[in-house]
Design a protein around this ligand. Structure first.
Ligand code: ZN
Length: 278
């Protein structure tokens, strides 16, 4: 479904979700080049220039391919970016992606085109008539997690920040998939770009309390202070429930200006993790 010769593809990072689904993580649209944080002025046009997705020239603090409506960006611009994403994914006319209103909870909702549930995980059952073509999670430092069953009939997009990871959004999503008949050993999981444990500084008491609930997430920053590695917590939880196939990149949103980072930039956009049944 994807023409890899299309140079737009480099604005998307492909994830491994097994034989049943496609998964992608978006970038700011700087052609996914690794650039050290702070070394590039992302407000200057990059890449193809003429393409409003690839051009960083508009949007100010949100420059690049912002896909979030809740961060103060121009809604028309965001809707344009969402349409551009659907075009890049070769969705048929009338097919759409499902989104959610994320609130750092452990709430799992059914992915629907016609509604935007308040939740931090969307489960998509592609066997349901009128099901969306795919579902999305939005992040800027939190962990985007995509899940797919072997045949792709069940997929999920999960927003796992510190609170959601500690409150069990990952296990709640997998339990929901299990109730629909999926064996965790037969699940593919892809963990996308997030702030790393060497960059995410937290107060000492927060690290202590977090580690009591998820020992794998305690970390130390590169400057020697208490930190958290939320992705490590997510990976530990996936392993604990027996997810069979797990992949994770080594991106850090804070260090790599291809990505939006709330910690680095404050007012900024959000990148998306997208899962689509094949
Ligand atoms: Zn980092």
């Amino acid at each position: 479904m994807y023409d890899m010769s299309n140079d737009q593809v480099t604005d998307l990072i492909e994830a491994d979700l097994g034989p049943g689904a496609h998964g992608y993580f978006t970038t700011r649209g700087l052609r996914a080049r690794p650039v050290p944080a702070g070394s590039v002025d992302v407000t200057q046009p990059q890449g193809s220039g003429a393409d409003p997705v690839s051009s960083g020239g508009e949007g100010g603090d949100y420059s690049g391919w912002n896909l979030a409506l809740h961060v103060g960006d121009d809604p028309q611009r965001v809707h344009h970016h969402r349409r551009r994403l659907e075009e890049l994914l070769n969705l048929e006319p009338g097919q759409h992606l499902a989104w959610m209103n994320q609130v750092h909870s452990a709430v799992v909702a059914e992915a629907r085109v016609e509604s935007v549930p308040t939740a931090d995980a969307l489960v998509l059952d592609s066997r349901v008539p009128g099901a969306p073509a795919g579902c999305c999670v939005l992040v800027a430092d939190c962990v985007p997690l995509l899940l797919a069953s072997r045949d792709g009939s069940l997929t999920a997009a999960v927003h796992a920040g510190r609170r959601g990871m500690l409150d069990g959004v990952v296990t709640a999503t997998i339990e929901s998939l299990q109730r629909s008949g999926v064996d965790p050993a037969d699940l593919w999981a892809a963990v996308g770009p997030s702030i790393c444990g060497s960059c995410y500084e937290v107060p000492d008491h927060m690290r202590t309390l977090s580690a009591q609930r998820e020992p794998a997430c305690a970390s130390r920053t590169s400057w020697g202070t208490p930190g958290l590695d939320v992705a490590a917590g997510v990976l530990a939880q996936l392993e604990r429930v027996g997810v069979g196939h797990v992949s994770a990149g080594r991106w850090c949103t804070y260090e790599d200006s291809r990505f939006y980072s709330f910690r680095r930039d404050g007012v900024t956009g959000r990148l998306a993790g997208v899962v689509l049944p094949r």
